[in-house]
Ligand binder design. Structure first.
Ligand SMILES: Cc1cc2nc3c(=O)[nH]c(=O)nc-3n(C[C@H](O)[C@H](O)[C@H](O)COP(=O)(O)OP(=O)(O)OC[C@H]3O[C@@H](n4cnc5c(N)ncnc54)[C@H](O)[C@@H]3O)c2cc1C
Length: 396
């Protein structure tokens, strides 16, 4: 049986991308159904937020200043060389470190409060886009709608269906991570009061240290090179951890809160992000290595772009137009490509060594790097970004 005519838009996935797209479309007055194969609250990695997420939270009517740890900025640290470079988020650039299981649930419940119908534990299994409608099959029933949004995260329903997922090479290969309850002492107190994310450079890749409320710390090791040592999993994680004086100092007398988790092959682009009566947002459109914490921001930003453009299409009965998202997708590509180029240079051209550690000597470049790290990717006057996009290199 097909349930017809009940919904304008059906969305697969109720992570940050799905909940954002759903809420904005409901605000415009559309009938929206959001389906998720899982159930909130659920664990999700990705706790460090970018400042340019704030205007989108405002549109969603989410007050994220409560229950989250203010993030002072991003510190890049080379312990071997004793070098540190800090990029502060202040003034207009305010942001937070969040507990994703709690925050994603909050976005989900907020969507429902604003009129979205949501079904959990219902998996989307197939999509058929026609000229005049789209049919969405789940493991329970089939629905008909005017439009389908794929916000299924790294499951990338449409990308896999269309075989349009391309791996991005030369970025991080896999990540191992754990959560800790830290001990109360002046060193940990300083970290929690700054709220900084710390990126510790190691021989094989880098560690993230993300302080969370209630004195918890998220620690992840991202490996880019094939380890020369014959270690895997927990042994590799512990071996790298022991080599870091900063982590030894932070984790002294700490308590482990979770088992080691692993994420692999996380950098890719979906080359076919929209088509007739469908569009992909968030990780379903593409995901970059987490070094600059851009995933959540791109998720809600792409969701916002798609919702706003789709509103124009639905209003004028143009949602079947195959080119509906041409312009917004171009805009998305500028931001995604800028972040990609920064990350690629981080791994392949000593960006941190040559530029980040030298940035103190060139305040205007430092300001431009802060803007990009904040997710301020669509301004006209960022010469550092223009240099990245045109392939020029910067000298201090
Ligand atoms: C190692 C690592 C570290 C990261 N660190 C950060 C960080 O510090 N900061 C940051 O901003 N980002 C980080 N990220 C990325 C960030 O977490 C993601 O980019 C973000 O969660 C994307 O949101 P989303 O809504 O697109 O997908 P998700 O949050 O993954 O949500 C997708 C939803 O779709 C549902 N779903 C999947 N398939 C189906 C289906 N067939 N039917 C119905 N529902 C379905 C899932 O259950 C899920 O709820 C990190 C990622 C990795 C891998």
């Amino acid at each position: 049986m097909i349930k017809k005519g009940l919904y304008d838009v059906i969305i697969a996935g109720s992570g940050p991308a799905g909940s954002t797209a759903a809420t904005l479309l409901a605000q415009y007055g559309y009938r929206v159904l959001m389906l998720d194969k899982g159930k909130h609250p659920r664990f999700h990695i990705g706790e460090s937020m970018l400042p340019m997420t704030a205007p989108i939270m405002q549109r969603l009517k989410i007050d994220w200043t409560e229950n989250n740890l203010p993030k002072g900025g991003a510190a890049f640290i080379d312990e071997k060389q004793g070098r540190r470079s800090f990029f502060p988020f202040q003034g207009k650039y305010k942001t937070f470190q969040v507990d994703r299981s709690v925050f994603d649930k909050c976005l989900f419940e907020n969507a429902i409060k604003q009129g979205v119908i949501a079904h959990q534990q219902e998996k989307v299994v197939n999509i058929n886009c026609h000229d005049d409608k789209v049919i969405i099959d789940t493991d329970k029933i089939s629905y008909q709608a005017r439009y389908f949004i794929d916000a299924s995260g790294r499951n990338a329903i449409m990308g896999n269906k269309k075989k349009s997922i391309t791996k991005l090479k030369n970025l991080g290969k896999f990540a191992l991570y754990q959560h800790y309850q830290l001990n109360d002492n002046p060193i940990t107190a300083a970290l929690f009061s700054s709220g900084n994310i710390e990126i510790l450079l190691t021989e094989l890749g880098w560690f993230w240290c993300i302080p969370l409320t209630k004195k918890r710390l998220s620690v992840g090791l991202v490996i880019q090179k094939q380890p020369p040592i014959n270690l895997k999993g927990l042994n590799l994680f512990n071996h790298s951890l022991k080599a870091s004086p900063r982590l030894n100092e932070l984790l002294r007398n700490s308590k482990l809160l979770s088992n080691l988790k692993l994420e692999v092959d996380f950098s890719y682009l979906n080359k076919q992000r929209y088509g007739r009566r469908y569009a992909c947002c968030g990780d379903a459109a593409g995901f970059l290595d987490p070094v600059f914490s851009s995933g959540f921001f791109f998720a809600v930003k792409t969701a916002q772009m798609i919702a706003d453009q789709l509103h124009l299409g639905l209003k004028e009965n143009r949602e079947g137009d195959i080119n509906l998202h041409d312009a917004t997708d171009k805009l998305y590509q500028t931001g995604f490509q800028s972040m990609y180029l920064m990350i690629e240079r981080f791994y392949c051209s000593n960006l941190v060594e040559n530029l980040f550690f030298e940035a103190e000597r060139a305040p205007h470049i430092k300001e431009e790097i802060v803007a990009l790290l904040a997710g301020d990717l669509w301004t006209e006057n960022n010469s550092f970004q223009q240099g990245l996009l045109s392939g020029r290199s910067h000298k201090m």
